[in-house]
Design a protein around this ligand. Structure first.
Ligand SMILES: [Cu+2]
Length: 247
């Protein structure tokens, strides 16, 4: 069911004034939704700088692209956070995804989505994500005026693990963000699932990126001009980061 445009707009405004955020907390594997924070590293609480009176929440966005939290979300790079999170077995070539949890009903913020993988040198539960990352999917604008999620507002973001991904344990990083025309105001929603990829392998992933560092708050895809901000014409928008590896 697609919400009406009017409903979408009024919902966005309502949520913006209350708690306008979300977190990718549920991993979707084999078309099955798993429990919140079961395979996804949980995020630390934070206050919303725009609504400081509201209780700290774990689904508030991040703003600083120089923070180590850009790897997996607030404090989720820490091995102690990995230790309490399960590892999902994923078959290379299959569809996976992330679903957001209450309070938002859908991924309503205007902006792109991306997915990255980083191979753990050993047990992924102990991996802080300080190694190389490669992008496996990006979801840019789907039309002149529609971002991939904000026109029909799904609650999940799905993509495929490349078929030739070398087998082993990985952090799977999902990112969705709302690029803004105000500097340092772009809202980032990042989570990591712990996965064990099985399959034939044979691919050579790349190009690689590091988090933090692959892009900053000055990137034209993060700090956007007014035509992008107002959705007058999204056709020139380039999703930040390296090109996706197709496997
Ligand atoms: Cu928000």
């Amino acid at each position: 069911m697609k919400p009406s445009l009017l409903l979408t707009i009024s919902l966005s405004l309502l949520l913006d004034s209350v708690s306008a955020h979300y977190a990718f907390s549920k991993f979707l594997v084999n078309n099955t939704e798993t429990a919140q924070w079961q395979y996804v590293r949980n995020l630390s609480l934070s206050r919303d700088p725009h609504n400081p009176a509201v209780e700290p929440l774990n689904y508030n966005p991040m703003f600083n692209l120089e923070s180590v939290d850009m790897r997996c979300g607030r404090d989720a790079w820490k091995p102690e956070r990995g230790a309490t999170t399960k590892v999902a077995t994923v078959i290379a070539g299959e569809k996976v995804g992330f679903r957001i949890e209450y309070p938002a009903v859908g991924i309503f913020h205007d902006g792109p989505g991306t997915a990255y993988l980083s191979k753990a040198p050993g047990n992924v539960k102990e991996y802080p994500g300080d190694g190389n990352w490669f992008k496996i999917h990006e979801a840019g604008p789907i039309s002149k005026t529609c971002w991939p999620f904000s026109c029909d507002v799904p609650a999940e973001y799905n993509f495929t693990i490349p078929r030739k991904t070398p087998p082993g344990q990985y952090l799977l990083r999902v990112e969705q963000f709302w690029p803004r025309v105000m500097f340092n105001e772009s809202q980032f929603y990042v989570s990591c699932a712990q996965i064990d990829v099985v399959g034939p392998g044979g691919g050579k992933p790349g190009p690689f990126a590091k988090f933090p560092g692959v892009y900053d708050n000055y990137d034209p895809g993060v700090w956007v001009d007014d035509s992008i901000n107002m959705k007058r014409d999204l056709s020139s928008y380039k999703v930040p980061g390296p090109a996706p590896w197709k496997g």
